[in-house]
Design a protein around this ligand. Structure first.
Ligand SMILES: [Zn+2]
Length: 243
């Protein structure tokens, strides 16, 4: 299930626990990067086999449609166990192998604190896999590669972002990507108490994107946390007004 034979080298790789995570948290940023000419990709660790609605096969098909909306050059699924993701050596090595194959310059991970254990484990595994991927002796049959930058997507974390990306022009495309998960967000009757309708999900995600956009003076935004400081070379042209 993982990937395909024609593997492109990527500029940006988002690593997510579940199909439909990046569509909520950093999809606008991926779309914007693809529009700017960068090669973007997503690896989903699980196929959401514990989900109430749909099947893992259906979710992977929906993820491929969503990936086309997000202009991804590549999307893969590692088929790890959903809702019980474990940060084992074997799991880290398989993520590291993807990083060595895809050679991303930037990796986007879920923020390291979250309600869902899969999300924070994915963040932890992703970081450790990025480190492992750079070790020459890890695997004699593949070249070492270590991404230069790791961004943590913090949309659902109650933390102050390090920066916010303007996704005003990408928001509708990101929403189309999310609504590709018809098994999750379509208007069906079973389990409606648990699952939001399309109208509800539009309103909810619109409100969150608006909240972050407002902080940088644009309509819609996506927040990120980085562990390093941001270097500024020209303080005169810094964006976002103070008063
Ligand atoms: Zn998730």
């Amino acid at each position: 299930m993982a990937g395909d034979s024609a593997v492109p080298e990527l500029d940006i790789l988002a690593i997510a626990a579940h199909p439909d995570d990046v569509e909520q948290t950093c999809g606008g940023t991926l779309i914007r990067a693809a529009e700017a000419g960068y090669r973007t990709g997503v690896v989903d660790l699980t196929a959401a086999d514990m989900g109430t609605r749909g099947t893992p096969e259906l979710r992977v098909q929906e993820a491929e449609v969503a990936g086309r909306h997000m202009l991804l050059a590549w999307r893969g699924n590692l088929g790890m166990p959903d809702a019980r993701l474990e940060n084992t050596l074997a799991a880290r090595l398989s993520v590291a192998a993807e990083i060595r194959r895809l050679k991303p310059r930037v990796v986007i991970l879920p923020y390291w604190q979250a309600r869902h254990p899969d999300h924070y484990r994915c963040g932890e595994m992703g970081y450790e896999a990025c480190f492992l991927a750079g070790l020459r002796k890890l695997d004699p049959n593949s070249e070492p590669h270590r991404p230069a930058k790791i961004l943590y997507s913090s949309l659902y974390a109650d933390v102050k972002p390090s920066f916010i990306v303007d996704i005003s022009a990408q928001f509708e495309r990101r929403m189309d990507a999310l609504l590709s998960y018809v098994s999750q967000y379509g208007e069906v009757h079973e389990g409606t108490a648990l699952f939001p309708t399309e109208a509800e999900i539009r309103e909810r995600l619109g409100a969150i994107a608006r909240f972050y956009g407002n902080q940088i003076g644009v309509k819609y935004g996506e927040p990120f946390v980085i562990k390093e400081q941001i270097r500024i070379d020209d303080i005169v042209t810094m964006p976002v007004r103070s008063i």
